[in-house]
Design a binder for this molecule. Structure first.
Ligand code: G6P
Length: 743
């Protein structure tokens, strides 16, 4: 508004000045026009009255001529008319002929000029016309017009010209102000979107302001500059980022601009089970699911997984999709259905009897059957089709999870060559000699090399993988950059240690630690001051549960004072029970607990409480908070998230973590009591130490571990992978525009 006034007022003043200064010109012009008009008019009147005048003259009626002239001058403009027969006689005229006009000096009115007479009556126009008709007598007619109307007209014209200029000023000002406002807004919007790094180069969203074409070149340059600056700042400041779901979401939106994110895993994050006439929603005991669930909540993508629940088919829509989490839907699951044969060959067979023991050094012999392999290939192909049908763009970001899908990256790349495939291998990778026993080893690693990025938990597993590629395939391995070039494509092999969400959900830790301690002891029938240890695992032979029980037995042998004063609660989620090895393992664990309890039970509560059943995460957290220590004794484990969950659960900074040296977690949590699970005596000593550790030492160790898990949380795990993927996509676009594509 202020801008408009500042602009409109001066403009109006200038135009008013112009209008004022041109008014004499207007006067002159109008005068000239009217004089010319009156000359013509006078000639016309003179011609018209010649004939009646002749008749009157012939009749010699001079008085009648005067009346005739007076009648003519009734016309509002014609002021007077006279007739001079010769210069010597007096004019015969209407009554109003001014005295200044006489027949003797008519000559001066015939000279060129404007023939104006300023009389007492006002301005007059004098025209002298000689009689031209042959029949008419010689002589001259004098025609005098009143010019006062000219002054009136001239005033009116000047007024109109003034109004016209003022109107013009207003219109010009308004148009100028509107254009200025629009341009200003356009510039501001342009600058804003430039600073946000969006908008100008892409098609505008429906309903939004269209991109201004004149901004495009400058926008492109600015965007590039801003991105480079951001990337540099990020590289420098990454250690400063506090990794939260919001930070992850910001990275997804900022770096990947809300691109299509698809997760593929065998296990689904929510399983619908029919129980009589109602349907239960279960969250599976899987570290992978625990890690990915918060990420999917943050980025609202699609999670493709095997629909394994008994009521899974009943709840999906016609595209086999369902929005989850059930309470607050944030992303969707696309369920893939498998026949019993497919499940037997792909899941139980090649994945869990072949690859699982092959990759874990747990001294269980892998089993390879060609029928299982065929199903594994077919099911990977089925999931590849699901990825293609779920991707909204030709270059989605696909996060492929785990050993169930070794062939999927290559299959996706064949269908969607521009996709960015990030594969994460959640289990260890063995050394080349161990891996070489797999009959389809080459196909497995060639399939994995379809990935743009291939992640493992530890550098040791990255090294093993790269060594295996070097040994089995015709591929170029760059050990400095850890890139593998195979079939003209690059795969970056990187270490991304997985973690858990931090801070843990409020509901998980809202019950006070003393209340958890009291409630759990009461629930398990244990005295209030009883010492308790906790173990939480799937009932899997890699978890070292048998070795753990051995260690407890050894503790009670070596330190009998704990008999009757200490109980170890083992929560064991049933898993893969269709496999013989798992059935034997469960039987062995159950028998061992019974034997040890039988040996020491006489003197009070049992040393081992074995709970073979599924527990929801909130229940598990209650046990963590109630325990004096947590024992993780895996024989081999990619990471082991139970260790990190125990640390997260202990906001009271108490509790001791005993951790197997064969877990990925041991590399990140050296403040835990690190043990070799095969060494029962060492483990027993660690158990005794945990039971007797002073509070201050517990606090010091726990504080350090909590600091690490808080910083290296699951949002960082995902964020790092996605940032690397974004950088790779940027590089590929750059290289792609100039020719060859790399990864
Ligand atoms: C491990 C694997 C996961 C798997 C989980 C549970 O953590 O890395 O991929 O989901 O075990 O096993 P299950 O066979 O029940 O999915």
């Amino acid at each position: 508004m202020r801008l408009s006034l500042r602009f409109v007022l001066p403009l109006m003043l200038v135009l008013a000045g112009i209008a004022y200064s041109i008014s004499p010109l207007v006067d002159q012009m109008t005068l000239r026009w009217f004089v010319r008009d009156l000359d013509i008019r006078s000639s016309l009147i003179a011609n018209t009255i010649q004939e009646p005048l002749q008749e009157q003259l012939a009749a010699g009626k001079k008085a009648k001529i005067g009346e005739f002239f007076t009648r003519i001058t009734q016309d509002e403009r014609l002021y007077a008319v006279g007739y001079c027969a010769s210069p010597q006689v007096k004019a015969v005229a209407s009554r109003s002929l001014p005295e200044e006009i006489g027949c003797a000096d008519l000559g001066r009115w015939e000279l060129p000029g404007d023939h104006l007479l300023a009389s007492a009556q006002g301005p007059l126009h004098v025209a002298v016309k000689a009689m031209t008709s042959e029949a008419a007598p010689a002589g001259k007619l004098v025609l005098i017009h009143d010019m006062s109307f000219v002054t009136r007209r001239s005033e009116e014209t000047k007024r109109y010209v003034f109004y016209l200029f003022m109107g013009l000023a207003v219109v010009v000002s308004l148009i100028t102000v509107i254009i200025a406002q629009l341009s200003w807004r356009g510039w501001m919007a342009g600058m804003r979107s430039l600073l946000r790094g969006e908008g100008l180069l892409r098609q505008p969203a429906a309903g939004s302001q269209p991109a201004l074409p004149e901004f495009k070149p400058i926008a492109r340059d600015l965007q590039l500059l801003i991105r480079e600056l951001e990337a540099e700042t990020r590289a420098r400041d990454e250690s400063q980022i506090t990794w939260t779901p919001e930070a992850l979401r910001a990275i997804l939106h900022g770096e990947l601009r809300g691109e299509d994110v698809i997760v593929v895993s065998n296990r689904e994050p929510y399983i619908h089970q029919r129980r009589g006439d109602h349907i239960d929603v279960q969250r599976p005991a899987s570290g992978l699911v625990t890690a990915l669930e918060p990420i999917m909540r943050a980025c609202s993508g699609t999670w493709i997984a095997h629909g394994s629940g008994s009521a899974d088919r009943e709840v999906v829509d016609k595209h086999d999709r369902i929005a989850v989490p059930p309470e607050t839907p944030a992303y969707k699951i696309r369920r893939v259905w498998l026949t019993p044969e497919e499940e037997a060959g792909y899941y139980y067979g090649f994945s869990n009897e072949g690859l699982w023991p092959l990759c874990h050094i747990a001294h269980v012999r892998p089993i390879f059957r060609s029928g299982d392999w065929a199903q594994y290939v077919a099911v990977n192909r089925k999931f590849a089709k699901a990825v293609v049908s779920e991707s909204k763009t030709k270059d989605p970001i696909v996060l492929v999870q785990d050993y169930h899908f070794a062939l999927l990256p290559k299959m996706i790349r064949e269908e969607l060559p521009e996709a960015t495939v990030i594969t994460f291998w959640h289990i260890p990778w063995p050394n080349p000699e161990s891996f070489a026993i797999c009959p389809w080893g080459e196909e497995v690693i060639a399939g994995m090399l379809g990935s743009s990025i291939l992640g493992f938990h530890t550098q040791f597993h990255c090294n093993n993988f790269v060594d295996t590629v070097d040994r089995l395939l015709e591929a170029r391995v760059d050990r400095e950059s850890f890139n593998v070039s195979y079939g003209g494509k690059l795969t970056a092999v990187r270490r991304y240690p997985i973690s858990i969400a931090w801070p843990p959900e409020h509901e998980m830790v809202q019950k006070e630690v003393p209340t958890c301690r009291a409630d759990i002891r009461q629930k398990e029938g244990l005295p209030a001051e009883h010492k308790c240890g906790i173990g939480v695992d799937r009932l899997d032979y890699t978890k070292g549960i048998v070795e753990r029980f051995h260690a407890i037995e050894r503790l009670l042998e070596l330190n009998p004072e704990w008999v009757g004063r200490f109980t170890f609660i083992q929560i064991a989620a049933p898993t893969r029970s269709g496999i013989d090895e798992y059935q034997h393992h469960e039987a062995q664990v159950r028998a061992m607990a019974t034997r040890i309890n039988g040996r020491f039970e006489r003197r009070g509560p049992p040393p081992i409480v074995l709970k073979v059943e599924h527990h929801e995460p909130s229940e598990v957290y209650e046990y963590f908070r109630a325990a004096d220590f947590c024992f993780v004794s895996s024989l081999h484990d990619g990471m082991n998230l139970v260790a990190k969950e125990f640390v997260a659960a202990r906001d009271d900074e108490r509790g001791v973590l005993i951790l197997s040296q064969f877990t990925g977690a041991a590399r990140e949590l050296p403040e835990a009591l690190i043990v070799n699970p095969y060494d029962a005596d060492q483990c027993a000593a660690a158990l005794h130490m945990a039971l007797t550790m002073p509070d201050t030492e517990q606090r010091d160790r726990m504080r350090l571990m909590r600091g690490l898990v808080a910083e290296f949380n699951v949002f960082r795990w995902a964020g790092r992978m996605l940032l690397d993927a974004a950088a790779m996509r940027r590089r590929n676009r750059l290289v792609g525009s100039g020719g060859a594509r790399t990864a």
